[in-house]
Design a protein around this ligand. Structure first.
Ligand code: ATP
Length: 609
């Protein structure tokens, strides 16, 4: 069995606790709300279902009349010594009516299937769109705390499960319910006593279905959660394949996937057993019902309370209603799987969102100078674990600010707050005197260009990758940016030049070249502030020089924040921020900090002694 901590980590623990009838009702209610605008399709499907079943029940009842009529006319023809030929007047019209009833029933069934499919797919589309929007509004803290595979699984596996079961299941439920109601209604016209006995068995079968259904919902919730865990493990093994191979951890990685697959198989077996075991149980109940009705109806027949014709017709209806009852129990159980999936989808949609942009945002001048100030900023990733305490500094327009500090000192955190990837807990961050919380995130981030160590490229051409921040940039602009970033020469050595296809995992571009491409990308957007995370350690000396030159070019006349790993590149910085344990412990120019003889001086001596 999967470790419970795994399930808690994916949020499945909470969902498992929520897998009760009350939460199922809530989920059904929310699905109903989500189907706003599409509900008429459900009404049309239900109406078609009633018409289709009514046609088939009526055809069965009509067949008794048709058979009697034909038998009567055949006997009359034989007595007159004539061969029996069907005409419109001796049964042909009734045969056409009989065919008409079945044709109508089939037509209504077809319309119902079409309408139900479009209802389920549109509901699915509406939920998928909400998830897409939601993913854009989730704070980074959500992504830090969840496996990507889990969110992917909710947006794919869970939604597909809902759609599949809604299409097949709801249709089945509608048809079965209408068939049972119509059959019981006809039974009542034959004998109220016998119909009541049948109705009692129907009630018992519903109760059995409900009890098994509650259990199925629990197991189905667990199955969907484990499916998310497995997707997460596979995604992790895929994206981390280079590191896994480098450390020779393939067996462990495979073992983790196998374990997740085993857990899923085990829980799926229970879920499938519960789903499939219910039908034979209901079939057994129905056989008992037939015996009870047979004994009672037999007695009534002997006592002269029933005719032979009604006796056989009643039995036909018992058989007609028994099959949908079994189907109903099976589908009700399948529906629990869809409810479990829907609960996971709604759990994602209920996650806390980032603070909304102000309704009337402040406006920055188009030619914003790029003055950045941190004023008494406090922050912690967890509310009870403060990391940054009372941090203040000012970066004047055009200045180069270097951020130094050991690993985990808080350099990335400072950038996260500057870009508003996380919100400050106290104090404020201003851009040209305006609190960044008063701006829209889009407006704020438009002012920044970022070149990170982990240069992210997407599936597209080199030209498209460079133009990422400025869609619609001309070829000349793209090439000028590439020249300024010293990557133009390399691109031209490729057979397809700027049309070369790339992907984030592209092996045809080296680490250094990737970084040069992202520098060109930042160049093209012409931001007033730049954030550069030096990544010169993993490249050869020539590429390093190209990167340094490209970075110097891109920093010209812009406020720039450089996360520096080598102090040699920042001696000329206008301001050096020395960080430790999340806080700035020293700040000043290179010579000021050396003269102060503090942490920076020690760091500098350790690198250059
Ligand atoms: N998303 C997060 N959730 C919780 N804690 C975090 C998160 N990101 C970073 N931290 C913690 O905050 C502290 C500062 O991390 P940060 O990434 O800012 O350091 P850094 O100086 O950029 O390190 P490096 O040079 O290794 O990138 C560390 O103790 C880290 O464990």
């Amino acid at each position: 069995m999967a470790d419970d901590r795994d399930l808690e980590a994916t949020g499945a623990g909470a969902e498992r606790r929520g897998a009760d009838p009350a939460s199922s009702r809530r989920t059904v209610g929310r699905l109903w709300l989500a189907a706003a605008g599409q509900r008429w399709r459900l009404v049309v499907a239900a109406a078609c279902s009633i018409a289709s079943v009514a046609g088939s029940v009526a055809a069965t009842a009509y067949s008794a009349h048709l058979m009697d009529l034909l038998w009567e006319n055949i006997q009359a023809s034989f007595s007159a010594g004539e061969p029996f030929v069907v005409t419109l007047h001796n049964g042909g019209a009734q045969i056409l009516t009989f065919l008409g009833l079945w044709t109508c029933s089939w037509l209504f069934y077809t319309v119902q299937t079409l309408v139900m499919a479009s209802f389920a797919e549109r509901l699915n589309l509406a939920l998928r769109s909400r998830i897409s929007l939601k993913l854009g509004r989730l704070p980074l803290a959500y992504y830090d705390a969840h496996q990507p595979g889990d969110a992917i699984s909710r947006a794919t596996n869970d939604l597909d499960k809902i759609s599949e079961v809604l299409q097949r299941g709801l249709l089945q439920i509608m048809t079965s319910v209408v068939t049972v109601i119509c059959s019981v209604a006809v039974m009542c016209t034959y004998s109220l006593t016998l119909a009541s006995v049948f109705a009692c068995f129907v009630l018992v079968s519903f109760m059995v279905t409900k009890v098994v259904g509650v259990r199925t919902l629990k197991v189905a919730s667990r199955r969907q959660a484990l499916l998310g865990t497995l997707t997460g493990r596979v995604e992790e093994a895929y994206s981390g394949r280079a590191v896994i191979k480098a450390f020779g951890r393939e067996p462990q990685s495979l073992e983790e996937i196998r374990q997740a697959a085993d857990d899923l198989a085990e829980v799926s077996a229970s879920a499938d057993f519960l789903t499939n075991a219910i039908a034979p149980a209901i079939r057994f109940l129905m056989r008992l019902c037939q015996v009870a009705v047979g004994l009672l109806a037999g007695g009534m027949l002997v006592a002269g309370q029933l005719s032979v014709g009604v006796f056989q017709a009643f039995f036909q209806y018992v058989l007609k209603a028994s099959e949908p009852l079994m189907q109903l129990s099976l589908t009700m159980n399948m529906l629990q799987g869809a409810l479990a999936a829907a609960e996971r989808v709604f759990a994602l949609l209920d996650e806390d969102e980032i603070v909304a942009d102000p309704p009337v945002p402040a406006q920055l001048a188009a030619s914003s100078g790029g003055r950045v100030a941190f004023e008494h900023v406090c922050f912690g990733y967890a509310p009870d674990q403060p990391l940054m305490r009372d941090v203040s500094f000012v970066a004047e327009p055009g200045q180069k600010v270097a951020i130094v500090g050991a690993t985990g000192a808080g350099k990335t955190t400072l950038i996260n707050l500057l870009m508003r990837f996380y919100e400050v807990d106290g104090g404020r961050v201003t851009l040209d005197g305006v609190d960044t919380r008063e701006l829209t995130r889009a407006d704020l981030r438009r002012r920044f260009g970022m070149v990170l160590q982990d240069a992210w490229l997407f599936e597209g051409t080199i030209a498209e990758n460079i133009a990422y921040g400025k869609p619609g940039a001309t070829t000349e602009e793209v090439e000028a940016a590439a020249r300024a970033a010293h990557v133009d020469f390399f691109v031209r050595t490729l057979p397809r030049g700027y049309d070369t296809m790339l992907s984030n995992d592209a092996e045809n571009v080296s680490q250094g070249q990737r970084q040069l491409l992202t520098i060109a990308r930042a160049m093209l957007t012409d931001p007033s502030i730049l954030i550069l995370d030096e990544a010169t350690s993993s490249v050869d000396t020539r590429t390093e020089q190209a990167i340094v030159r490209a970075m110097e070019a891109v920093m010209e006349n812009r406020t720039s924040f450089v996360i520096a790993h080598r102090l040699s590149t920042i001696v000329d910085a206008d301001l050096i921020l020395v960080m430790e344990s999340g806080t700035i412990i020293e700040q000043g120019t290179h010579s000021e900090l050396l003269a102060a003889g503090g942490a920076y001086a020690e760091l500098y001596r350790s690198q250059f002694a």
